[in-house]
Design a protein around this ligand. Structure first.
Ligand code: FEO
Length: 387
């Protein structure tokens, strides 16, 4: 397993997780990578590590450039264990290495690993000389943990951005001019929707802090590095963090005996009548992380569940829990569903969407099987509610 050269003395030495399909609830159809970077200079420096089970792969790549025991500095841009899992093994091989991280990084790494490594907490804006290269650290708190920072190498104009601008893609290719751009952008958007979405304000601050840097290459900690399309991914992050939604509806639902599905179809017909494009998202056929990607750009979000044992269907409950955590703002919501006697699910959905702070349409509920009149009424109600 070879390292990949990014610049004269800078190498990608990460691990490729071909089989990853679940990243804390996020469906990662294409696997992922954990990107670590090695800088050869007077001070040999490793930026980030890999998930613990890919540490041997990291060492194999590093060893083709330098003996891992010779690493002088390790930079931990982020505490989360997909990037810090290899730290114990790295610092066992290079016990005298200094570990540079943010103050919250030091706190978090100590809490994770209960290890008194040779920490050096860096201030926001602090720089570090490696010899010919230098590194400048910018704290990016809550993009997406309190400890996050990004690392800039001005001599090579490389931004080591950690999770920001990343995508869950496992591939032999490392650069955005070697892999289909539409796929990289789609995966970057899915990554944003499922990891970064709650932190739009913090992303905007981070983008401000990075504005004006003459970036030649963005080297994130997941997936493909950006060198041919740097302005494009920065522009996308601007738009995504500004929470710009379009005239689009996503109808998320599950169904027991097809009645809630029939209501979903009638709601769709109402939106179509008003020329609002609709995405139908049955929870039996779509993963919630893919649905979140659609919701990111949708003005209207309708969620339907029949009532099961005075409650929601578990698929809808799971989706609502997941979505509420990701906290999309400024949507127009609609709760709907069929029921037999209790009908509690519709109010339960409505309550969760209200808790998201959304503007709500009146909930729609139908007893047992919707008649043609019921479905016409659902459709007309939607038509009237849309401006
Ligand atoms: Fe890729 Fe927040 O870890």
């Amino acid at each position: 397993m070879k390292p990949v050269q990014l610049a004269e003395s800078i190498y990608w030495v990460g691990g490729i997780d071909w089989n990853l399909r679940n990243f804390h609830g996020y469906l990662t159809q294409r696997g992922s990578t954990y990107n670590a970077y090695l800088i050869i200079d007077e001070k040999i420096t490793l930026i980030d590590t890999v998930k613990h089970y890919l540490t041997d792969e990291l060492f194999e790549r590093v060893s083709q450039v330098v003996d891992p025991a010779k690493i002088d500095y390790v930079v931990a841009n982020h505490v989360e264990m997909d990037h810090s899992g290899g730290l114990p093994a790295v610092l066992e091989k290079a016990p005298n290495a200094t570990l540079f991280t943010s103050p919250n990084g030091e706190k978090g790494l100590k809490e994770h690993f209960k290890n008194n490594w040779n920490f050096k907490a860096v201030k926001n804006g602090e720089t570090l000389s490696l010899g010919k290269h230098s590194l400048a650290f910018t704290h990016t708190p809550m993009v997406h943990w309190p400890d996050n920072m990004v690392t800039w190498c001005p001599e090579e104009k490389i931004l080591f951005s950690n999770d920001a601008f990343g995508q869950h893609i496992a591939s032999a290719e490392r650069f955005d001019d070697e892999y289909p751009l539409e796929t990289i952008l789609a995966e970057a958007m899915k990554y944003y929707a499922n990891i970064v979405l709650p932190y739009g304000a913090q992303v905007q601050k981070a983008l401000e802090a990075l504005a004006g840097l003459p970036i030649r290459l963005i080297a994130p900690s997941h997936g493909i590095a950006w060198r041919a399309h740097v302005p494009e991914i920065l522009k996308r992050y601007q738009a995504w963090s500004a929470n710009i939604t379009g005239r689009k509806a996503v109808i998320v639902y599950d169904t027991m005996w097809d009645s809630t599905a029939k209501m979903a179809a009638a709601i769709r017909s109402g939106f179509e009548e008003k020329d609002v494009p609709v995405v139908m998202a049955s929870l039996q056929h779509n993963h919630m992380s893919d649905i979140m990607t659609e919701i990111m750009t949708a003005q209207y979000v309708c969620v339907g569940s029949p009532t099961l044992n005075n409650n929601l269907l578990p698929t809808v409950a799971a989706f609502l829990t997941y979505m509420k955590g990701l906290a999309p703002k400024n949507r127009i919501g609609l709760a709907f569903g069929s029921y037999g006697w209790g009908g509690q699910s519709i109010e339960q959905v409505n309550d969760v969407l209200k808790e998201c702070g959304w503007t709500m349409m009146n909930p729609l509920k139908v007893k047992y099987i919707p008649s043609q009149d019921d479905l016409s009424s659902v459709r007309e109600t939607v038509i009237k509610a849309i401006t």
